[in-house]
Design a protein around this ligand. Structure first.
Ligand code: GLN
Length: 205
């Protein structure tokens, strides 16, 4: 039976992730469908999920109100692989502090034992691109696109650090849960999406 990977389509880089996931699946030549999801019912049918970058306060509030946050948390706790990108990584965390205002009261999934600093590299106009490496998952060079990106200021002992930029943690992994501060869907490089699709495929087989 074919696998289904969802893109949480409440707000943010939905279409970009849809296209990157499809490109990755084509390159891998495996039978996986990509669907946009926003309701608890749609989420409950997934084998893997990408939470795109965007605005974590909006994604959090809307998914709380429509009941998706609860289902998301249960699915991920039961082993569903998830890739959280930028705002998506913020959603996975247990504590979010904003660089300017400090601790925020936004709804979070509280899945990864990580503390984040939101907008860690500055405002929109301070967005930048720089090469990063994720050696432990065999991606030695990747174009990191940082847009009002968070950094991880603290990790629990069971969280693996996948990448650092200027001494700041910008990608993490724990089991089937991956978070990146940068946006792989805004590059032509499908390595990270391929890594994630493979994770979904192996976790089901
Ligand atoms: N700064 C945004 C937030 O805090 C994240 C930015 C992004 O996803 N590009 O939600």
């Amino acid at each position: 039976m074919s696998l289904t990977v969802g893109i949480l389509s409440i707000q943010g880089d939905v279409q970009e992730n849809h296209l990157s996931a499809k490109a990755a699946i084509d390159e891998l030549g495996i039978d996986v469908q990509v669907v946009d999801v926003r309701t608890p019912e749609e989420i409950s049918k997934l084998d893997g999920l990408i939470i795109p970058g965007g605005e974590s306060t909006t994604i959090g509030q809307l998914s709380l109100v429509n009941g998706s946050l609860k289902v998301l948390k249960e699915k991920i706790q039961n082993g569903m692989p998830v890739l959280g990108i930028c705002a998506g990584m913020i959603m996975l965390s247990n504590t979010a502090n904003d660089r300017v205002i400090g601790k925020t009261e936004q709804p979070l999934l509280n899945i990864l034992d990580i503390k984040l600093e939101r907008n860690s590299f500055g405002r929109q106009k301070e967005s930048f691109e720089s090469d990063v490496s994720l050696d432990s998952i065999n991606i030695p060079k990747f174009n990191g696109v940082f847009i009002r990106a968070p950094s991880v200021s603290d990790v629990g002992s069971d969280v693996e650090i996948l990448s650092k930029f200027n001494d700041r943690i910008v990608a993490v992994k724990k089991g089937n849960v991956i978070g990146t501060a940068f946006h792989p869907e805004l590059t032509e490089d499908t390595s990270l999406h391929k890594y994630f699709i493979n994770l979904v495929n192996t976790s089901k087989n």
